[in-house]
Design a protein around this ligand. Structure first.
Ligand code: GDG
Length: 483
C-alpha cells in the first residue's frame, strides 16, 4: 500500500537532553501544529530534524533518538553544527527568509551558506529516497527545502511530488535579486504540484518562472519539455475542533484545575471589570511587526489617555532563531520598548503591558485566547498567520475582536476582522478604539462568520485538498504521456 512521505526541516516533535536523558515535546510553529493532525490520522511517515545536533547527542543515546522518533512515525535527519549553521541559520534564515518577506536590507548572499544549503537539501533527499517505494506520495514543505523536489525527481523521474511553501513568495522584482534564482526555481519545479497560501504568492512565483527561466506558463500551469507542473493556492487552515473543544473544556475547569496564569487573568478581570485585554502572540521575528505594534500601542495611549488603566496588552513572544544577529537586536529593541512604555504609563495599580518571552504550554495558550477581548496581530509580512485563526476558533461564546494586518495571508479570508496596514499607526489606534467599543452584537456577527468559514476549511480539509490535487496532477501526467 502506498504511503505519504512528509518532509520538513523540523519534525513535529522536538527532542532535548535533560540529565542525560531524552525529553520529547511537541514542536512550536505553524507548520508543525498545522500538519500534526494530518500525520496522526493518516498513513504517513515524517522525515525531519529533531532539534539536537549530532555533537549534542551522547554516543549511547544515538539509537534512542531514532527510536523516539520512530514511535511517532518519524525518521530523524542527523545534522551537525556546521550544517545547521550554514543551512538553517545561514542560507534559510539569513537569505531566503528575509528576501521572501521583503526585508532586502537583511538579505545576505553568502556562497558558503548556499553550498551548505545544497548539501543539506541533498541529505534530506537521500533519506527520502531510502524510504521511497513506488506509488508513494512525497510532500515536501517550506523554504528550507526548496531544492529537494528536483533532487528526488533526478533519481525517481516518476515519483509523485508535492511542494508547499509556508511563507510568502515575493514579487519578481525582489526575487530576481537572488544570485541563485535559477537553481531555486528549478529545484521547486521538480514537483508535480506547488502550493502557496494565497493567489498573490502563486502569481509572483509564476511570473518569476516565466521571466527568469522563460518557461511557458498557461494560467496556473508551467509547461516543461517533459511534464506539466501545476501551481495553486491552498490557504492553510487549523485543527478547528481541537481549539474549539480545548476552549469548551477550559470553561469546565474547576478552580483547582485552573492554571496560575488563568487565576491571574481572572484576578485582573475581577479587579477591573470594565477593562479590556488585548492579546498578541508570535514567534519573536522581525516579520511579525512586534516593535511596530508596541509603538502603535504607545501612540494609542499617548493620544487616548482616557484608556489608561482601562486596557492591557498581553504579549507573548516565543524565542526563535536566537543565533541570528537580527533576532538578537530585535529582542533588545522589544525589551527596551516594553520597559519604556511600562515606565511611561504605569500607575500604582496598573501596568499597560504584560510581556512574556518564552514558549507556553498549549493549555496556557488557550487561557490567553479565551481571556482576551481583542487580538492584535500586525505582521509586516506573514505567509498566513495561524494565531489569528486559532484565536477565532477558541471564541466559543462568539465575542472578541480580531485586528489583523493586511500583510498576513490570513487577511484574505478573514474580511470580518478589522484589517489594518501595520505601518499606519493612526489606523491601528483607530482599530483598537473601535474594538474596545464594538457592541457585543456586532462582535458576535463578525465572529460567527469567521468561525463558519474556518470550521469548513480546517487543516484536514487543506491537506486533503492538496493531496487530491496532487493525485489528479499525476493522473493527468499519465494520460498526457499515453497520448
Ligand atoms: C509559518 C509562517 C504560516 C506560538 N506560540 C506558542 C505556540 N505557538 C503556535 C501557535 C501557532 C504557531 O505556533 C504559529 O503559527 P503562525 O502561523 O502564526 O506563524 P509561524 O510560526 O511563523 O509559521 C506562517 C505558518 O508557517 C503555517 O503555514 O501561517 O505565516 O511564517 O499554531 O499556536 N504553541 C505553544 N506554545 C507557544 O508558546 N504550544
Amino acid at each position: 500500500m502506498s504511503k505519504t512521505i512528509i518532509i520538513s526541516n523540523r519534525l513535529p516533535l522536538q527532542i532535548s537532553l535533560e540529565n542525560d536523558d531524552l525529553k520529547v515535546s511537541p514542536s512550536v510553529g505553524g507548520l508543525a501544529t498545522g500538519l500534526k493532525s494530518f500525520h496522526r490520522d493518516g498513513d504517513s511517515i515524517w522525515i525531519g530534524w529533531t532539534g539536537l545536533t549530532e555533537e549534542e547527542i551522547p554516543e549511547h543515546l544515538k539509537e534512542d533518538v531514532k527510536e523516539k522518533a520512530k514511535e511517532e512515525a518519524c525518521i530523524s535527519v542527523n545534522l551537525n553544527q556546521e550544517e545547521l549553521d550554514g543551512f538553517y541559520y545561514g542560507f534559510s534564515n539569513r537569505t531566503i527568509w528575509p528576501l521572501f518577506h521583503y526585508f532586502m536590507e537583511f538579505t545576505e548572499a553568502d556562497k558558503e551558506h548556499w553550498e551548505t544549503y545544497k548539501r543539506v537539501n541533498q541529505k534530506y533527499a537521500d533519506i527520502i529516497l531510502e524510504h521511497y517505494e513506488d506509488g508513494d506520495h512525497i510532500w515536501v514543505h517550506d523554504y528550507q527545502l526548496l531544492l529537494v523536489p528536483n533532487m528526488i525527481r533526478e533519481q525517481q523521474p516518476d515519483a509523485i511530488i508535492g511542494f508547499f511553501n509556508h511563507i510568502p513568495f515575493p514579487s519578481y522584482e525582489v526575487f530576481r535579486t537572488l544570485p541563485w534564482r535559477e537553481e531555486v526555481l528549478k529545484g521547486m519545479l521538480g514537483a508535480d504540484l506547488i502550493g502557496f497560501h494565497t493567489y498573490d504568492y502563486e502569481r509572483h512565483f509564476l511570473s518569476s518562472v516565466s521571466r527568469i527561466l522563460r518557461h511557458q506558463v498557461d494560467f496556473n500551469e508551467v509547461a516543461l519539455p517533459d511534464r506539466i507542473v501545476k501551481v495553486d493556492s491552498f490557504p492553510m487552515g487549523i485543527d478547528y475542533n481541537k481549539f474549539e473543544s480545548a476552549a469548551l473544556n477550559h470553561f469546565e475547569n474547576t478552580a483547582e484545575e485552573q492554571s496560575e496564569l488563568q487565576r491571574r487573568l481572572d484576578h485582573h478581570l475581577e479587579a477591573t471589570p470594565d477593562a479590556k485585554l488585548i492579546l498578541s502572540i508570535d514567534r519573536l521575528d522581525y516579520t511579525k511587526g512586534i516593535a511596530n505594534r508596541l509603538r502603535a500601542f504607545e501612540y494609542f495611549l499617548d493620544n487616548s489617555p482616557r484608556y489608561i488603566e482601562k486596557i492591557r496588552l498581553v504579549m507573548l513572544a516565543v524565542p526563535s532563531r536566537s543565533n541570528v544577529p537580527q533576532y538578537q537586536r530585535l529582542k533588545r529593541e522589544i525589551d527596551e520598548l516594553v520597559g519604556r512604555i511600562n515606565g511611561k504609563f504605569s500607575t500604582v495599580s496598573w501596568t499597560p503591558i504584560w510581556y512574556f518571552y518564552r514558549s507556553m504550554p498549549f493549555e496556557n495558550l488557550i487561557d490567553l485566547y479565551t481571556s482576551c477581548d481583542i487580538a492584535l496581530l500586525t505582521p509586516i509580512r506573514d505567509g498566513m498567520n495561524l494565531v489569528a485563526k486559532e484565536y477565532v476558533a477558541t471564541r466559543t461564546n462568539h465575542t472578541g475582536v480580531l485586528i489583523l494586518s493586511e500583510m498576513a495571508g490570513a487577511a484574505q479570508e478573514m474580511n470580518e476582522a478589522l484589517i489594518i496596514n501595520p505601518n499606519n499607526f493612526d489606523q491601528i489606534a483607530g482599530a483598537i478604539e473601535q474594538a474596545i467599543n464594538m457592541p457585543e452584537e456586532e462582535q458576535m456577527q463578525r465572529m460567527k462568520m469567521l468561525q463558519k468559514r474556518l470550521k469548513r476549511y480546517s487543516v484536514e480539509k487543506w491537506a486533503q485538498d492538496f493531496m487530491k490535487t496532487l493525485r489528479n496532477t499525476k493522473a493527468n501526467r499519465d494520460s498526457f504521456k499515453s497520448i
